[in-house]
Design a protein around this ligand. Sequence first.
Ligand code: C2E
Ligand code: CA
Ligand code: CA
Ligand code: CA
Length: 271
Amino acid sequence: AKRNGRDRYEHFSPEMDEAARKRCLVEMDLREAITQHQLRLYYQPITQGSQGEIVGYEALMRWHHPVKGLIMPLDFIPVAEETGLIHSLGAYALHEACREAASWPHDQSVAVNLSPMQFKNSALVTTVEAALKESGLAPHRLEVEITESVLLDNNMTNIHTLQKLKNLGVRIALDDFGTGYSSLSYLRSFPFDKIKIDKSFISDMQDSRESLAIIRAITGMSRSLDIQITAEGVENVEQFKRLQEEGCSLFQGYYFGRPQPSELLLRRDAP
Ligand code: C2E
Ligand code: CA
Ligand code: CA
Ligand code: CA
């Protein structure tokens, strides 16, 4: 869906001009949002095991627009990617997430989404290093989530960048797994620490034998490759139970908690 969102702006037709105008307005607003601190990270719990122990949070961006109210990422991330604003937005997310996580219990980590566009900036590794250094967060408590498109065409520059991040001690997760065209082959190009099964498979699993079979194949494979699996978009106890039976160990979804601003997080006392 993200890709379709972007394609909208890359072709010409009357409605597209409308879209282009709209994009231009969003761009102007977004520049201001960055300087006026209207962007905030919300945090969604990632849990482990049958007791739902919280092992970390994924940072998800929200835009608190002074007039339009709450704006969701799919309505501004594509514009940020197109205009290059994603670089400042992404740097903000890294710094902010590391700063917050540094005050959490030491066994909890934070996951930050990286846009494929951010890999076009040679300063990405430096930005991650700076965020870790400034916050004092132990590198293994930072996880970056990337999508397959980063590895498209076996992009060696990006693979090297990932390797540098991994050398810092940062963990690397492959997001939205199963939605791309040749998911399995990407596992050859880089030693991922974690795979996140796309939530479309989870929402389908009760009705679709195919989705369940794919989930089963992914968990089976992960055991032999020694990669952790997170099931995304877990919304009810039936899905949770079933996924446990299938051998998933990490879970994320509304069933465990929605993304929330950090001050609303229910957390254990620091050890
Ligand atoms: P994602 O990385 O796949 O993030 C998971 C999305 O699923 C989030 O949507 C989350 O709120 C939603 N979600 C979580 N649990 C459930 C559930 O049980 N059911 C359903 N239906 N949805 C659930 P959100 O926050 O709207 O973010 C959408 C996408 O925007 C993210 O997808 C990610 O690709 C992108 N995004 C968000 N924050 C950032 C950011 O800081 N930087 C970059 N580059 N992208 C971001
Ligand atoms: Ca993600
Ligand atoms: Ca995802
Ligand atoms: Ca996604």
